[in-house]
Design a binder for this molecule. Structure first.
Ligand SMILES: Nc1nc2c(ncn2[C@@H]2O[C@H](COP(=O)(O)OP(=O)(O)OP(=O)(O)O)[C@@H](O)[C@H]2O)c(=O)[nH]1
Length: 523
C-alpha cells in the first residue's frame, strides 16, 4: 500500500463525504493506496494553507475552490483533478436583524471577510473579492476585521457579515434560534465551481498511475456517499468526529441533502469539468484584475482512457458505449430512487422535529401553551359530546420574582425545571402538563372531576413542599398557588373552563398564596 495524504480545507463534515466513503469501502485500497485524510481547520480556529501543503508536497492531494486558478496564474504548479461541486456554496452570511439585504448595503457595518493575503501569500477567497468588486463595493473602505469563522460573532453582533457555506451556516444559526440572511456571489455574476480536488505537477509527473487511481477511488466514494448518506454520516461521527458541537448527525444529513444542489450527482457525472466554463471563470477573475492568463490545458487534468488498437477498435467502442449507456441508465434510476427515498424520509423526520419544537417549551421540555390549547379544544369537545369528566389546574409559583432576584436567573430556571419534573411525576399518563407562561403551568385532566383534580393538586403541592434546590451552601424552597376547575354542563367553550381556573388561582394568591382553591368565593 502506498501512503498518501489528502489535505482538506476545513473540519471533517459531509462536505468531504466522498473521501471517507472511498476509505470505508476500500476503494482507495483497491488502487493500492492508504490515504490519510487531514482536516484543514484546527481547534482554536487556525486554518491550514491547503495549496501550500500540496505545492510543497506535504500532501499529495488537496481540496480547495476556484482560488486554485488564481494560484496557477501566479505560477504555482497546481493541477485541477476533478470539479466535485459544480457550483460553489460559499456565500456571505448575515442575520435578518442587521438589515444587510445585499452587498451594496454594507456601508460602515462591521464585517469579517477573508480579503487579505494570508501569511504565506495565498489568497484566501477570490469569490468574495470578486463579488464585492462586481457589486461596486470599495474594499479598502470596508470596516473589516480578520475572520474568526465563528458564528457566535454574528450572534453577539461583533460582526454583521461573514463568509460561510450555505450548506452549513444557515442551518446552524437557525438551530440556535437566529434568522440568517444569505447573500450569494451568484447574484453578482460570480458563478464558479465549488470544491475541487487537486494535486501538484510534481506529484502528477512522478506518479501518474497513483494520481489516476486516487481520482477514480474518490469519485467512486462520492457516488457511494450520495447513495448511502446515513452510513457515511455515521462513519464520519465514528472515525472523524468533528470537534464542533454543532456537527451532529442531523447536521451532517442536512448537509448531505443540501450538497446535492452543488454536486448534482443525478445530473452530472461527479468530478466533471468543462474547459469553456473555466475560461469564463478565468475571464471574470481577469476582468477585475485578480489574475493574468492561464494555460487551461495545463491546469486541467486530462482523464486518460487506455485506447484499444487494430481493426476491432470501432466495434469495441460502439459496444462499450452501448454497455456504458445502459449501465449508466440503470445506475441513475437506482440512484435517483434511493436519493428520493432518503429525501422523503429526511423531510418527514425534520418536519416532525420542527413540529415538536414548535410545541415544546425549550427550558422544561413540557408542552407549550400552543400545544395545550390544541389539546384543550379536543378534550373539551369530546367531554361535552360524550358527557365525560374533565378538569383543569392552573398553577403559579409564588414570589418567583424574589427567587430570581435573590438567587439569580439560572437558579430560577432550575426551579422551573424541578417543578416540571414534579408535575410529570404527580400526573397520570393520560393527563396533560404544559408550561402556560413564565412561571405559570397548566394541567388538563381527562376523566377527572373536581375532587379527583383537587387530590392530584394536593399531592403535587406536597411534593413541592418537600422539594429544595441546592445552590452553593443555600437551599431554595418555593410554594405555589393553584386554581382547580371542572367542566360544567353549561360551559359553552373551553375558555370558560380555563377562565374559572384562572379566577380560582388568583383567589389562591389573594388568600395568602401556597394554597389550592376549587370553589369560587362570593366576591
Ligand atoms: N428564571 C426565570 N424567570 C422567569 C422565566 N419566565 C419568567 N420569569 C420571571 O418570573 C417572574 C414573575 O414575576 P411576577 O409576575 O411578579 O410574579 P411573582 O414574583 O411570582 O409573584 P406572585 O405570582 O404574585 O406570587 C418575573 O420576574 C419573570 O422575569 C424563566 O424562564 N426563567
Amino acid at each position: 500500500m502506498q501512503p498518501v495524504t489528502l489535505q482538506l480545507p476545513w473540519s471533517h463534515q459531509f462536505q468531504f463525504a466522498g473521501y471517507y466513503a472511498a476509505e470505508m469501502q476500500g476503494y482507495f485500497a483497491d488502487e493500492g493506496l492508504e490515504v490519510e485524510i487531514l482536516p484543514g481547520l484546527l481547534p482554536g480556529g487556525n486554518s491550514v494553507n491547503v495549496v501550500g501543503e500540496v505545492v510543497f508536497q506535504q500532501a499529495e492531494f488537496g481540496v480547495t475552490r476556484s482560488d486554485l486558478l488564481v494560484h496557477r496564474a501566479r505560477g504555482l504548479p497546481v493541477v485541477m483533478l476533478a470539479s466535485i461541486m459544480q457550483r460553489s456554496p460559499a456565500a456571505f452570511i448575515s442575520l435578518q436583524d442587521f438589515n444587510i439585504q445585499g452587498l451594496e448595503d454594507i456601508g460602515d457595518a462591521s464585517v469579517s471577510l477573508p480579503l487579505m493575503l494570508d501569511e504565506r501569500g495565498a489568497i484566501i477567497d477570490v469569490e468574495v473579492i470578486a463579488a464585492l468588486e462586481k457589486a461596486g463595493v470599495d474594499i479598502s473602505s470596508l470596516n473589516n476585521q480578520t475572520p474568526s469563522w465563528d458564528l457566535q460573532d454574528l450572534q453577539q453582533g461583533k460582526t454583521q457579515l461573514m463568509l460561510g457555506f450555505t450548506t452549513d451556516a444557515p442551518y446552524i444559526l437557525e438551530r440556535r434560534g437566529y434568522q440568517p440572511r444569505v447573500i450569494l456571489p451568484e447574484d453578482y455574476g460570480i458563478d464558479v465551481y465549488g470544491d475541487l480536488l487537486f494535486t501538484s505537477e510534481a506529484t502528477l509527473r512522478e506518479a501518474p498511475q497513483m494520481v489516476a487511481g486516487f481520482r477514480r477511488a474518490a469519485i467512486r466514494g462520492w457516488q457511494y456517499a450520495f447513495e448511502h448518506p446515513e452510513v457515511i454520516a455515521d462513519y464520519i461521527l465514528q472515525h472523524y468526529p468533528p470537534y464542533e458541537a454543532d456537527f451532529d448527525r442531523d447536521f451532517l444529513l442536512n448537509e448531505a441533502m443540501l450538497l446535492q444542489q452543488y454536486i448534482q450527482p443525478d445530473l452530472i457525472e461527479i468530478g466533471y469539468t468543462n474547459i469553456e466554463r473555466w475560461q469564463r471563470i478565468l475571464n471574470i477573475y481577469r476582468e477585475i484584475g485578480l489574475t493574468g492568463p492561464v494555460e487551461l490545458e495545463q491546469f486541467i487534468y486530462q482523464v486518460r482512457i487506455a485506447a484499444p488498437s487494430k481493426w476491432y477498435k470501432p466495434t469495441i467502442a460502439v459496444l462499450l458505449i452501448l454497455f456504458s449507456l445502459s449501465l449508466l441508465l440503470v445506475f441513475r434510476l437506482f440512484q435517483s430512487r434511493r436519493m428520493l427515498e432518503f429525501q422523503v424520509r429526511y423531510r418527514e423526520k425534520r418536519e416532525s422535529q420542527l413540529q415538536r419544537q414548535a410545541e415544546t417549551d425549550p427550558l422544561t421540555g413540557l408542552d407549550n401553551r400552543r400545544r395545550f390549547n390544541l389539546e384543550l379544544e379536543t378534550l373539551f369537545w369530546r367531554a361535552q359530546r360524550h358527557q365525560l369528566k374533565l378538569a383543569v389546574i392552573l398553577l403559579d409559583i409564588d414570589h418567583f420574582k424574589k427567587i430570581n432576584d435573590t438567587f439569580g436567573h439560572p437558579v430560577g430556571d432550575r426551579v422551573l425545571c424541578n417543578l416540571a419534573e414534579l408535575c410529570r411525576q404527580a400526573l397520570r399518563e393520560s393527563d396533560f402538563a404544559c408550561r402556560y407562561g413564565g412561571e405559570e403551568f397548566a394541567f388538563l385532566l381527562p376523566d377527572s372531576d373536581l375532587s379527583d383534580a383537587v387530590a392530584i393538586a394536593e399531592r403535587l403541592a406536597q411534593s413541592i413542599e418537600d422539594a429544595e434546590i441546592i445552590t452553593g451552601d443555600q437551599r431554595v424552597r418555593f410554594t405555589v398557588s393553584m386554581g382547580v376547575a371542572e367542566l360544567a354542563p353549561t360551559d359553552e367553550n373551553a375558555e370558560q373552563l380555563i377562565h374559572r381556573a384562572d379566577v380560582l388561582m388568583y383567589q389562591a394568591k389573594r388568600s395568602g398564596r401556597n394554597s389550592i382553591q376549587s370553589v369560587l368565593s362570593a366576591e
